[in-house]
Design a protein around this ligand. Structure first.
Ligand code: ADP
Length: 399
């Protein structure tokens, strides 16, 4: 059997897929279907012949996966020739139950369904992807890889909210953390670049994409992370507020008469950089900031200040830090964010090299040679991590 895995990430109206070789991480193909259920959908497939696009309407996730399979047949590579090892599914919320990837069966589907109240926006879409893929690939092992799994090592004092104890016992209200697949992948890569065993290094990982999260990773185990029961807590994000005074909810409800759903939507979809400057795309925000736009500047400042606060907090949690790692779209590409977020931390042994930071070399090191804490820029690859975990689980089962 080959080591190729079809990795599926199903959103509420989208389906992303990649065909990944678990050993090398090479993507033989990938694609995206957006606006499922609308009058005009959008499909993109990139294979050996380059990229193809179409805008035929696609009514459901099942039709979307069928359209993806058609694209594989027409434009390659042939899934029959490659003999898939597994289908890997990104599942956002695994609650307290899942700290590792799991082979999907009816019982697992039922358990992920039980977690829907904790992730009403994400888990139903992930489940839809699982159901459809099980119908279309009935003979292949299917593996669920949870965004929360890596953070299941958080100690109770880090994951417990200071609220009535029965809220946790009866309703699962605690911090879970997300982006775990990315934090885990990047932590392992960082140890390799430092030429150290993962078990021997302490890292602060900053995943700065559309969603943003920080984690403190001690010897390969996540011991703190910024996202909470949902992906709303923590850093400032593209459209999400991150941390705020929880009393603001009550104020908005009482004083403005807003419903809970309106408040939820405003904090998840209309806040963050978009709320502050009307722009959630960081590249565009940077262009406006460079042109002297004050709102863009304030949004940038709030964003970087929040990162700095988390770096300081996680430094204290870890005691000693070997490296700070920047990843995802903004983390990898914005030298300005790295420099503003770490400015003035020389007394903590964190020294950025302005030349390296402006244009990171292949090794990703952007700190000075004498910096006690290495600062690294490492591209994340969640699809590869999902493929690796899926193949490892399937191999283990076959042994
Ligand atoms: P997702 O969380 O959806 O995977 P990404 O990791 O792709 O997101 O990050 C998307 C963000 O990265 C966007 O705000 C985008 O503007 C930003 N970004 C991408 N390239 C650059 C760049 N060269 N400079 C600054 N920001 C960038």
């Amino acid at each position: 059997m080959s080591d190729h895995v079809l990795v599926i990430n199903a959103g509420s109206s989208s389906l992303k897929y990649s065909l990944i070789h678990a050993g090398s991480g090479e993507a033989a193909a990938d694609g995206l279907i957006e606006r499922i259920g609308e009058s005009e959908s959008h499909q993109k497939h990139r294979g050996p012949d380059g990229e193809t696009e179409s805008s035929d309407p696609i009514a459901s996730h099942e039709d979307a996966l069928r359209a993806a399979l058609d694209a594989f047949e027409k434009h390659g590579p042939s899934l029959d020739d490659l003999e898939l090892a597994a289908v890997g599914h990104r599942v956002v919320h695994g609650g307290s139950k899942f700290s590792a990837p799991v082979l999907i069966d009816d019982a697992l589907v039922a358990e992920v369904t039980e977690l829907v109240p904790l992730a009403p926006l994400h888990n139903p879409a992930n489940l839809e992807g699982i159901k459809v893929a099980r119908r279309l690939f009935p003979d292949l092992p299917q593996v669920a890889v949870f965004d929360t799994a890596f953070h299941q090592t958080l100690p109770p004092h880090a994951y417990t909210y200071a609220v009535p104890a029965e809220w946790l016992e009866e309703h699962g209200i605690r911090r879970y953390g997300f982006h775990g697949t990315s934090h885990s992948f990047v932590a392992e890569q960082a140890a390799q670049r430092l030429n150290r065993e993962l078990a021997d290094v302490n890292l602060i990982v900053l995943h700065l994409g559309n969603g943003c999260s920080a984690s403190a990773v001690q010897g390969g185990r996540s011991v703190e992370t910024s996202m909470g029961m949902t992906p709303l807590e923590g850093l400032v994000m593209g459209t999400r507020s991150g941390d705020l005074d929880p009393a603001i909810h009550g104020h908005l409800a009482r004083e403005l008469g807003w419903s809970i759903d309106e408040i939820d939507k405003a904090l998840n979809a209309k806040s963050g950089l978009k709320g502050l400057a009307g722009e959630n795309d960081f590249r565009e925000l940077s262009r406006r900031r460079d042109a002297g736009d004050e709102k863009a500047q304030l949004a940038f400042d709030v964003y970087c200040h929040r990162i700095k606060k988390y770096v300081g907090a996680y430094y204290a949690v870890l005691g000693t830090v070997d490296a700070i790692v920047f990843t995802a779209g903004v983390g990898q590409h914005s030298a300005d964010v790295r420099s503003a977020a770490l400015q003035g931390l020389e007394r903590l042994g964190i020294r950025l090299d302005p030349v390296r930071n402006a244009d990171p070399a292949e090794d990703g090191v952007v700190s000075t040679g004498d910096s006690d804490v290495a600062v690294l820029v490492i591209p994340t690859n969640e699809e590869w991590e999902i493929a690796r975990q899926a193949v490892a689980l399937v191999d283990q089962r076959e042994e």
